[in-house]
Each structure stands twice: as C-alpha cells, then as structure tokens.
Design a protein around this ligand. Structure first.
Ligand SMILES: Nc1ncnc2c1ncn2[C@@H]1O[C@H](COP(=O)(O)OP(=O)(O)OP(=O)(O)O)[C@@H](O)[C@H]1O
Ligand SMILES: [Mg+2]
Length: 241
C-alpha cells in the first residue's frame, strides 16, 4: 500500500501541490483526473522521487516504510514504476538490451536465460502489436507517440512492479492499441495484486480498468474523492461539477 499523507510540494520554491492525502491499495485502481496544469503529473513525479519536486510537508509511506526522502532508484527497487506522460528518448540505448537489463535487475533470483527472455519478449511484443524492428532501435528515439506508450507497457511487464503509476498511458494510442494495452495491464494488476494510479483525461481506458477510487484535482488540491460515478459526472459536466 502507498499512503500520501498531507503532502505539499514545491518546484523552484513555488508551491504546486497542497495538502494531498490518499491511499493506493493492493489490487485496486485509483484514477486521478483534473484540468491541464492541476498537478496530476506533479503527484506522479513526487511519488517517483523526481528531485525537482520538493516535499515541503507531509509523508509518503510505502508498506509502512517512510520513503519521503528515498531516491528514485531505490523506490524503483521497491517496485514503484512510473510510466511517464512524456517518455524520454535515449539515443544509443538499444531497446532489447535495455529490457534485458531491466528484467535482470528486477528478477535477481530468476535464472531465465537470454534466449528464454528473447522468446518472452517476442511473445509480449506480438501480443501488444509492437513491430519487431522497434526493438532493435534506440529507446524512444524517433518513435511515434503510440509506439512510446507501448514501449512503456513492455517496460512495466519486465520490471515486476508492485505499484504502478500510469501518467496518460492512453494518450496517442489508437482504439485497438488502447484495448490491447488496457487488457494486458488489467491481467497484470490481477496477477501481481498491483496498487495502480491511472492519470487520464479520458473515460475510455476506465471502461477496461474500472477504478475503485476517483480523485479530482484542481489547482494543486483535491477537489473531490468518490467512486467510478464521478467519471461519468466529469464526462457530462466537465470539471465544474
Ligand atoms: N518541473 C517544473 N517546473 C516548473 N513548473 C512546473 C514543473 N512541474 C510542474 N510545474 C507546474 O505545476 C503545475 C502542474 O503541472 P502538472 O504537470 O502537474 O499538471 P497536469 O495536471 O499533469 O497537467 P496536464 O493534464 O496538462 O498533463 C503547472 O502549472 C506546471 O507548469
Ligand atoms: Mg500531466
């Protein structure tokens, strides 16, 4: 479980999040919605431990451990995965090699061989309709918007997460791709009993990944917390609800 306890966050001495509290429970999906610039990605970055986002008050608790000051690589080792809204391109970092390193790092006890990993990768890429030639290129370098998002999903699948933060994983995906990745993530949530935070502007992904909790953010503060009925209210009334 992840608990955000009364957190306030500043970037360059300017407060962008104020007094945010909510829990992410195992096996449950929480959705974070809100207008552009309301602070959704800032919450994601704060959870991941991005050093630009300075916690000025409150605590982040992960399975009873205070991780408020824990660096991002250690958080990743504890099973926290952030699929970024804008995945960065890393020229020179071969996708296949990167995924193999990621797999080994997050499965230290596992004796999977490189050739076994390759067939696993082949299988998952085919399922997600990822072109094989992408895997021989540099990570996200010249990738289309949708290709980048699919690559984020592959990274999720090979990093054995416990806590998943998906920042607009649905943006840029066509309808078929959205269905494919949503159903794959849904399977993983059940398999690994994941705690999930989905940041989105669209209800469609939530048809596949039904949220247990919906949080509406406004100007860096929580405006409302409710159940999945809130999503329909946002669809019809906008954020003036
Ligand atoms: N690293 C940063 N430097 C300066 N300002 C920032 C930084 N990160 C966030 N902000 C500011 O904080 C506010 C919240 O931004 P954030 O990216 O969290 O919004 P969002 O809710 O994710 O919006 P969107 O729906 O457009 O993705 C914005 O005004 C943004 O400009
Ligand atoms: Mg954002």
């Amino acid at each position: 479980m992840i608990k955000l306890q009364n957190i306030s966050v500043s970037v360059n001495q300017k407060e962008i999040l104020t007094n945010i509290s909510f829990n992410l429970n195992p096996g449950q999906i929480t959705t974070l919605m809100g207008p552009n610039g309301s602070g959704k990605s800032s919450i994601a970055n704060t959870l991941a431990g991005n050093p630009n986002y300075q916690l000025t008050s409150g605590k982040i608790i992960l399975d009873n451990q205070d991780i408020s000051l824990t660096p991002p690589n250690i958080r990743s080792g504890l099973g926290l995965f952030l699929a970024s809204q804008s995945p960065v391109a890393i020229p020179g970092l071969n996708v296949k090699n990167f995924l193999w390193q990621l797999y080994k790092k997050h499965h230290p006890q596992n004796s999977t061989t490189l050739s076994e990993f390759r067939s696993l990768l082949d299988q998952e890429s085919t399922n997600l309709d990822i072109k094989k030639e992408l895997l021989d290129r540099s990570l996200n370098d010249g990738f289309s918007g949708g290709e980048k998002k699919k690559l984020e999903v592959l990274q999720i699948l090979f990093s054995n997460p416990k806590y998943l933060i998906l920042d607009e994983i649905d943006s840029g995906l066509d309808v078929d791709a959205l269905k494919l990745i949503s159903l794959r993530i849904k399977k993983l949530v059940t398999q690994l009993n994941l705690s999930v935070l989905i940041i989105t502007h669209f209800a469609k992904i939530l048809d596949y990944l039904k949220p247990n909790q919906v949080i509406i953010l406004e100007k860096g503060q929580i405006k409302k917390i409710g159940d999945d009925k809130l999503v329909n209210q946002v669809e019809t009334l906008g954020f003036s609800l």
